[in-house]
Design a protein. Sequence first.
Length: 102
Amino acid sequence: MRQVAIIARLKKGAEPRAAELLEKGPPFDPVERGFERHAVYLSATDVVFVFEGPEVDSILDELVGEPFSLLLSIALDEWRSLVDGPPRIARPAYAWEAPAGP
C-alpha cells in the first residue's frame, strides 16, 4: 500500500472553519475512488490530508484532474480561502509497525 500526504499551512484563525469543512467528510466516495484509507490531521496552523491505497498517486491525479466534479470544485474553493500558499506533497520517509500477533 502506498501513502501520500498533502500538507497545507492555514491562515491565522482558519482552524475553526477548517474543522467545519472536515466534519462534512470528503467531497468524493473514498471506496469508489480506490482508496483504502483516508485521514485528515488538523492543527491551529496546518492541515494534513493522508491518502492510502495501491495506486494512490494515480487516484489523486485523476481526482484533481476532473474538470466537471462540481462537489470537488466547490470543496477546493472553500479551502482556498483558508490556505496560505500552495499545498505541499509528502511521502513516507520512515514508518514503524508492531509485528503481527502470535
